[in-house]
Design a protein around this ligand. Structure first.
Ligand SMILES: Nc1ncnc2c1ncn2[C@@H]1O[C@H](COP(=O)(O)OP(=O)(O)OP(=O)(O)O)[C@@H](O)[C@H]1O
Length: 289
């Protein structure tokens, strides 16, 4: 099958990225200095506890939110500086988004193919020649059943609807696909089909970034990045978890170690000749001394 032409895959760079929701009377710091590099063509899962800032980070990468401070580049776009026209061009050309909840991505009164074509109408005229055909995108996400092309979203199963949302997100041929909780509330079978659809989109050369609570989704991506308290707390590769030394030299301990040594614990760090570092807690905690 010839597949969906994609413009160049898009990488993402965050340096000290901060985002603050300004509410009446108080501020919520959702991201407090994210450092992250996503190479063009990578697949990556953003994981982490509820409220840690994953969706905010995705909203920033999608150009739906503007950084409060720090740097964020998405492909050639510097999002701290981009004006409204550049943001609009980026959203139309370079970034496809699958919002949480399939129906938020679909028009209920259009059939599957027409939903894809509608998304393609947003793409500037000069790029329309190299866009994938709607039928090709349905094939890509495995929606090949008879009658699916003309089916309204409500006639599709939840898993099919979510795969159609992925096809709509990929419709422009953009080099980066962002998906927020693409498998939530699906049974195992439907979840596997959505994962296969995301893998197929990734195999066309696009960078794919998903926000997920589902560890299996994380395992199917090349890399997992754990967001904790608005910062990158850890990374996983091939099932192994790694801590990251932040720009300020700090390291986020995993939850199980924090239970043993809560915030405020005084520790001595000793480097072994082979580079291993031993952390030796003193008796009692910093707050007690
Ligand atoms: N629109 C908003 N207004 C104010 N605060 C918000 C808003 N959206 C998110 N927040 C706050 O920002 C922080 C990060 O939220 P965010 O939704 O990015 O986290 P998350 O990791 O995606 O959570 P979840 O997994 O539950 O979706 C939380 O403290 C949240 O309460």
């Amino acid at each position: 099958m010839s597949i969906a032409i994609v413009r160049d895959p898009i990488g993402v760079t965050c340096r000290g990225l901060v985002y603050i929701y300004r509410l009446d009377g108080y501020d919520v710091v959702a991201l407090s200095g994210v450092d992250l590099d996503v190479a063009p063509g990578e697949s990556l899962a953003l994981v982490g506890p509820s409220g840690s800032g994953k969706s905010t980070l995705m909203g920033l990468m999608a150009g739906l939110l503007r950084p409060s401070a720090g740097r964020l580049s998405v492909g050639p776009h510097d999002l701290a500086k981009a004006g409204p026209m550049e943001l609009q061009r980026m959203r139309a050309n370079d970034v496809g988004v699958v919002l949480q909840g399939a129906s938020r991505n679909l028009l209920p009164y259009l059939g599957a193919e027409d939903n894809i074509r509608f998304a393609q109408r947003e793409v500037p005229r000069e790029y329309r020649t190299d866009m994938p055909a709607a039928r090709e995108l349905l094939d890509l996400v495995g929606l090949t059943g008879s009658g699916v092309a003309s089916s309204l979203p409500k006639r599709l199963s939840p898993g099919e609807r979510q795969r159609l949302a992925v096809a709509v997100g990929a419709a422009s041929g953009a080099g980066l696909l962002l998906a927020d909780e693409p498998t939530s509330q699906l049974d195992t079978h439907a979840r596997d089909e959505v994962l296969a659809a995301l893998e197929a989109v990734h195999a066309t050369g696009r960078t794919v970034i998903v926000v997920t609570h589902d560890p299996e989704v994380g395992e199917r991506m090349h890399r997992t990045v754990t967001i904790r308290d608005g910062r990158v707390g850890a990374e996983g590769r091939r099932g192994e978890d790694y801590l990251i030394v932040g720009r300020d030299g700090s390291v986020h301990l995993p939850q199980e170690l924090l239970e043993l040594h809560p915030p405020g614990t005084l520790m001595r760090a000793e480097a072994e000749p082979d580079g291993t570092i031993r952390l030796i807690p003193t008796i009692g905690t910093g707050s007690e001394t």
